[in-house]
Design a protein around this ligand. Structure first.
Ligand SMILES: NC(=O)c1ccc[n+]([C@@H]2O[C@H](COP(=O)([O-])OP(=O)(O)OC[C@H]3O[C@@H](n4cnc5c(N)ncnc54)[C@H](O)[C@@H]3O)[C@@H](O)[C@H]2O)c1
Length: 139
């Protein structure tokens, strides 16, 4: 399957590399160009046991690549994983979902076919469903 991982941080990089290891074609997207360049060179910018070998092997295999252009992910991928940050809000009691909805708003205009949103519990909305306004997620 062709998949994208939008947000390549502590969660997104291992997820992207593991999906490639399983045989999927993976495109990782991040706004941090320096990080994207390092990843495409087969370097691992975070510490995780075994991950450097995985990144090096899968970038050479051609199944794993990274970009700053979200349009590329929209063109290529059939399934999009959103792995951007959800930092604790200034009030210290809720998660700021601004990055999540920011990424969806950047991706959505490039999607030409029906897509489903699936949250991390596996629930999904109707095909073609539009992103909802950003809520605050309370702990
Ligand atoms: N780190 C973990 O162990 C862990 C475990 C379980 C769940 N999570 C969840 O996974 C999510 C990501 O956490 P993380 O620790 O990987 O965060 P992180 O801060 O390490 O990485 C987030 C990445 O998203 C990128 N980003 C932000 N906006 C973007 C956009 N519009 N387009 C593309 N890239 C964008 C940032 O540049 C950064 O590289 C959070 O919701 C977190 O709660 C993390």
């Amino acid at each position: 399957m062709r998949v994208s991982v939008i947000g390549c941080g502590h969660l997104g990089i291992p997820h992207a590399a593991a999906m490639a290891e399983l045989g999927h074609e993976v495109i990782g997207v991040d706004v941090d160009r320096a990080k994207v360049n390092r990843l495409n060179a087969g370097e691992c910018p975070i510490y995780e046991t075994g991950l450097p070998d995985l990144i090096a092997r899968q970038t050479v295999s051609g199944r794993l690549r990274f970009t700053t252009e979200i349009r590329e992910a929209a063109d290529v991928a059939e399934l999009h994983f959103i792995g951007v940050g959800t930092p604790i809000d200034a009030d210290g009691r809720s998660y700021d979902t601004g990055q999540v909805y920011g990424a969806i708003r950047q991706l959505a205009p490039h999607l030409l076919h029906d897509r489903r949103e699936v949250d991390r519990h596996g629930r999904h909305d109707r095909p073609g469903h539009r992103p909802r306004p950003a809520p605050r997620a309370h702990r």
